[in-house]
Design a binder for this molecule. Structure first.
Ligand code: 89Y
Length: 348
């Protein structure tokens, strides 16, 4: 199969892992990089052997749109609508980092723009692709714990996340857009769509703008109640970053995903312990290993869909724009709930 040609839009922290993850997958050729600070893009181009560098996206598209198959947008959320629109107008398929848009309307606009241009939109949502999360899903799908009725999905940490990504400290809406996008997507991946939610947020760290703690209680359409908790203010005995810890109780047993990717499945026959250790890549930052390895699996899934030549997609991609819009609905419903101190109905 001919390699698909693509450009990376944004060469900040995350691009250092997204690019080698693409090379790990193969089947793609990275033609050009854009970054508003040119020197940063040049550094990344040199590191990964990318032939073209731009500090305006228009110039990149003017020079290369004719040969590109897709763009991978890895910029901050504020530019997602603009850059998605520019690429879509040139007839290019778009992969865009989470969070999809800075508001529900913006996310909707991204869907509309891509639909009207006849291009495919995917969101790079990788947490559901983590090895331990896939292993947990297999346990649930096996039916061994029966019908799940209750779950807790937990991401509570004191990792100095602002050191690598200082812009996160400036966000007015922080943890629900940053980690909440992932955690609420995991909830959807594991348990299906939500019927309603209630949320409380707070800010503990006085040096940041947004909330760094959010507690979301979801009632899923299946009847399961899911407590999704997230915090970057939790100095705990055991730092789990960046692992998501999960426990699920079902009619016939329970399953717990705990530290170090250990999965414990308990039924009337006792407890079975397995390990769902992620693959180890030399280019990954060890502090982020489980997340960085999931970029490969996520890219693989999106590429399989992109390789479908008729532009309809092969229906293989999990995190299409339309799918991720449902996660975005949960994120902004959670803000709405916290602001109004009300349960927000979500059923369409
Ligand atoms: O930005 C976030 C992400 O997507 O994964 C972890 C992170 O880097 C910090 O919360």
């Amino acid at each position: 199969m001919k390699p698909l040609k693509f450009a990376v839009i944004g060469t900040g922290f995350w691009a250092n892992y997204q690019i080698p993850a693409w090379f790990e997958v193969g089947g793609v050729e990275l033609i050009a990089l854009y970054n508003r600070t040119r020197a940063k893009a040049e550094r990344v181009a040199q590191q990964f052997g990318v032939p073209n560098v731009y500090d305006t996206i228009d110039e990149l598209l003017d020079n290369h749109a004719h040969e590109l198959d897709f763009v991978d947008i890895i910029t901050d959320v504020d530019t997602h609508v603009l850059f998605t629109t520019k690429a879509a107008e040139r007839g290019l398929d778009v992969i865009c980092q989470k969070p999809m848009g800075p508001s529900l309307n913006d996310a909707q606009q991204m869907l509309t723009v891509c639909q009207q241009a006849g291009v495919r939109l995917y969101i790079h949502e990788n947490f559901r692709w983590q090895t331990p999360i896939r292993a947990l899903k297999s346990v649930l799908d096996s039916g061994v714990i029966g019908k799940p009725f209750k779950a807790r999905v937990s991401f509570c940490s004191a990792f100095p996340v602002f050191d690598n990504q200082p812009f996160l400290a400036d966000l007015d809406q922080f943890i629900l857009t940053d980690i909440g996008s992932h955690i609420l997507d995991i909830c959807r991946f594991l348990f299906g769509e939500a019927e309603s939610l209630y949320c409380q947020t707070t800010r503990v760290n006085p040096q940041i703008n947004g909330e760094d703690v959010a507690n979301v209680l979801l009632r899923m359409e299946s009847g399961l109640t899911c407590y999704a908790e997230m915090s970057y203010a939790s100095l705990l005995e055991r730092e789990a970053f960046p692992q998501t810890l999960v426990s699920v109780e079902g009619a016939a047993g329970s399953v717990v995903l705990t530290n170090d990717y250990v999965l414990k499945t308990t039924t009337a026959n006792g407890t079975v312990t397995t390990h769902a250790t992620p693959p180890n890549y030399s280019w990954a930052d060890p502090d982020y290993a489980v997340v960085h390895s999931s970029i490969v699996a996520c890219n693989q899934n999106l590429l399989a869909d992109l390789q479908e030549p008729d532009r309809q997609g092969a229906g293989l991609a999990e995190t299409t724009g339309a799918d991720n819009f449902e996660t975005v609905r949960l994120v902004y419903a959670a803000y709405d709930s916290a602001k109004r101190n009300e349960v927000i109905p979500l059923k369409r």
